[in-house]
Ligand binder design. Structure first.
Ligand code: PEP
Ligand code: MN
Length: 358
């Protein structure tokens, strides 16, 4: 028991930390075979399996439930690896602890709900176990931070974050949009806290897993959690995004792990120079943008004098069209240009509005 606690601590501190296992525990054979084959790759630090599954619609597989916990205990005995499970209620916590689960995690649909997070936090009072907290399904950093604080307040010392992307409307490239700037902001807020990426739930498919995992590593994440299954196509949940244990091993092998810092003098100097250039460009951008707003205010004055509305949709469509064309030539994506002009547009409207009402 104590030995497992020490091993879990070691794994928690290891970089990169690799967590893998099926989306859901389905049968004893599936859990044990996945675990054995994952352990055989030598690339995995922690085994994961969903026991209780929050499904979007009723009628889908909602998890095997407590019955699956002894299978995980067995998988741990065979492989020597710590196991991690998602918990969403006090009863889940109680059951998981009874079966010696080593690491707990809060799912995206739990972090989104302070009632649930508090229930889990209350059940964890006085318990010494590491807890990972996934981002909420919506892009709300206060909810994510709030979840972390609730768990910390319960006395949990080892808290980590999992970035699994954010829910979006309609068909997009990703099942859950990564919005990388958000986990980066969380890293700024909690610099010492473990931050790992869950490419499986970001991608929702197999083919982009590698690229998303690599991107998270390039952004200095501390590890990954990737779903794996002995028969991915026939998985009872998230079939499209799971890979076999052997594919997982090969993928981990092919990722390039970079370090945040380097001592090489030349690298440090080159980086400092480039950063200086960036600072300069940023400075110029701010100056240009404020000049742009001043012009906007002048337009506002004319509009006030002539009593016309601020918004002229055609004008903005023209601006966007022009910018897209220029962006294409200079390597800026339409997504970036749209976002940039959305922000500029809003700021311009505010400036003009101030002038018109002054
Ligand atoms: C999971 O890890 O299987 C899961 C349900 O993830 P999420 O909470 O990120 O949707
Ligand atoms: Mn899943």
């Amino acid at each position: 028991m104590q030995q497992m606690k020490t091993l879990t601590q070691e794994k928690w501190a290891k970089r990169p930390l690799i967590i893998s296992g099926p989306c859901s525990a389905e049968t004893e054979e599936q859990v044990l075979e996945t675990a054995t084959r994952l352990a055989k790759t030598g690339k995995v630090d922690v085994l994961r399996a969903g026991i209780w599954k929050p499904r979007t619609k009723p009628g889908l597989f909602e998890g095997i439930g407590t019955k699956g916990l002894p299978w995980l205990l067995q998988a741990k005995k065979i492989t020597g690896l710590p196991v991690a499970v998602e918990v969403a209620t006090a009863k889940h916590v109680e059951d998981a602890l009874q079966f010696d689960v080593d690491i707990l995690w809060l799912g995206a649909r739990t972090t989104v709900n302070p009632f649930s997070v508090q229930e889990v936090a209350d059940a964890l009072k006085g318990v010494d176990i590491p807890v990972l907290i996934k981002n909420p399904i919506n892009p709300d950093l206060e909810l994510w931070s709030g979840g972390i604080e609730r768990i910390q307040k319960a006395g949990i010392k080892q808290v980590g974050m999992i970035h699994r992307g954010f829910s979006n409307y309609g068909n997009t490239e990703f099942r859950n949009a990564p919005m990388w700037h958000l986990p980066i902001e969380m890293k700024r807020r909690f610099p010492e806290m473990l931050l790992i990426c869950d490419p499986s739930h970001i991608c929702g498919n197999r083919h982009s897993l590698h690229a998303v995992a690599q991107k998270s590593i390039d952004l200095d994440f501390d590890g990954v959690m990737i779903e794996s299954h002995i028969d991915p196509d026939n998985a009872w949940s998230d079939a499209k995004q799971q890979i076999t244990p052997e594919q997982l091993g090969a993928m981990i092998d092919s990722l390039i792990w970079r370090s945040e810092n380097s001592d090489i003098e030349e690298f440090i100097t080159a980086l400092a120079t480039l950063r200086e250039q960036i600072n300069h460009v940023d400075d110029e951008l701010i100056t240009l943008l404020s000049q742009r707003m001043k012009i906007s205010e002048k337009i506002g004055e004319y509009k006030r004098a002539n009593n016309i509305t601020i918004l002229q949709t055609n004008r903005w469509n023209d601006i966007l069209e022009k910018a897209f064309k220029k962006g294409e030539k200079t390597g800026l994506s339409q997504e970036f240009i749209t976002k940039y002009f959305d922000a500029v547009h809003l700021e311009s409207i505010n400036h003009q509005n101030k002038v018109m009402n002054s």
